[in-house]
Write a protein that binds this ligand. Sequence first.
Ligand SMILES: Nc1ncnc2c1ncn2[C@@H]1O[C@H](COP(=O)(O)OP(=O)(O)O)[C@@H](O)[C@H]1O
Ligand SMILES: [Mg+2]
Length: 226
Amino acid sequence: MNVIVFASRKGGSGKSTLAAHLAAHVHKATKPCLLIDADPQGSLTLWHKLRGTNEPAIKTAVTSVGGIIAAAKRDGIEWVFIDTPPNMSAVVEDSIKNATMVIIPARPGVFDVNAVQETIQTCRAARKPYAVVLNGAPARRDDVESPIVTIARESLTKFRAPVWGGQITNRADLLMALSHGEGAREYYAEGRAAAEIGRLWAAIERSVKAIRGNAPASGAMHKQAA
Ligand SMILES: Nc1ncnc2c1ncn2[C@@H]1O[C@H](COP(=O)(O)OP(=O)(O)O)[C@@H](O)[C@H]1O
Ligand SMILES: [Mg+2]
């Protein structure tokens, strides 16, 4: 079983959005996924209500996640996705402690990029693999990324943060899907939003395989905190 934690002390960076879209992308009855909503704001819980099915299942965590994760392991859950609040409270620390890998979403702005440092420090202190995912980015034009995204990558490189090479573009489809309780692929399988979520998932899977020692670390997007 693998635990993917979405963390960043910046609100609005895309933790809940990525958790919902990736969970909808990954969940299969044969390889079930469990969501843990550790944010009292309850965005993921709202999406799950709109979805109206219990697939994937969802649990709420207030101060710790260990008990839920142990039960999920017994139940044969393959993937656990934890959405966390935009702070460094006990439940965030505990989620990171239990993570296989931490995804740190960041919008490509100077304040946003700067704000990831605290979450990175927490990952490093807990010796957990992590990667930053640029989210809400301006669309690529003629296959060239926006200068804003390039600048964000450069700043992240300066504090040696590992960054996914792709981007999640700011897209109405991602919002529309959420308002229907769906993931990008369920909403519009051929759309660009679905393609980007699929690419992000492939990168996460590759990293997790490398973390588990089942694939070479070269080409993986994460950094193994030492
Ligand atoms: N890539 C995106 N494209 C369009 N809207 C987005 C994107 N990422 C996030 N949003 C929207 O921005 C808002 C904040 O995102 P959210 O996932 O709630 O952030 P967080 O959970 O980190 O606070 C939400 O309304 C969300 O749907
Ligand atoms: Mg949220």
